[in-house]
Design a protein around this ligand. Structure first.
Ligand SMILES: [Zn+2]
Length: 190
């Protein structure tokens, strides 16, 4: 029983030993290697005495899919004339989407003002804060609100982090290049 107290309710990091395989078999969030059961992710250990397995309960919830109105952080992977594709791995509350999901930003959801070219709003590699508009895939997202939009962008010329130089303007501190975006009010702060 003393040994059980050492095994359970312990905060662990990926790779930390939990016990040996003769004590418990690896369950969700753990794995065994060379007879030692180790944590696969950050969490708190728990044991199931019936099945003699140990688990690591994740610290954050792991929702598999986003919900409408979730505010999420993603990276732009494709920009076309009418739409852009954003790969999303987490929301602002710290929930992670295990395999990530794809959000589609239509040009009509890109800005409050008329946009004639999506390349003046976002570019591949930008980090954006966006809101999910629906509950089922394909997920549509918006960046129209003032707090939504690009939160981090890199210079197309030299790759440096761009600095805010106006309401929707960025400037490279290294080479001086100016680039336009639809910026979040939180640009540089996420
Ligand atoms: Zn530059």
């Amino acid at each position: 029983m003393e040994r059980l107290k050492e095994i359970i309710n312990r905060g662990v990091l990926p790779g930390d030993d939990i016990c040996i395989i003769e004590e418990f078999m690896p369950g969700i969030g753990s794995f065994s290697k060379n007879g030692v059961v180790r944590a696969a992710w950050i969490g708190v250990t728990a044991a199931d005495l019936n099945t003699r397995t140990v688990h690591v309960k994740p610290v954050h919830k792991f929702p598999q899919l986003p919900e409408r109105n979730s505010v999420v952080i993603g990276v732009v992977v494709l920009v076309k004339d009418e739409y852009a594709v954003i790969k999303i791995f987490e929301d602002l509350k710290g929930n992670r989407y295990l395999n990530g999901f794809t959000g589609v930003l239509h040009i009509s959801q890109a800005s409050d003002t008329h946009v004639k070219d999506l390349y003046e709003v976002i570019r591949v590699g930008d980090v954006v804060k966006a809101k999910v508009l629906n509950n089922n895939p394909p997920y549509n997202i918006t960046i129209r609100e003032p707090k939504l939009g690009v939160v981090l962008a890199f210079c197309g010329n030299c790759g440096s982090v761009l600095r805010k130089a106006g309401s929707n303007m960025l400037k490279c501190p290294k080479c001086g290049r100016m680039e336009k975006r639809k910026l979040s009010l939180d640009y540089g702060r996420v």
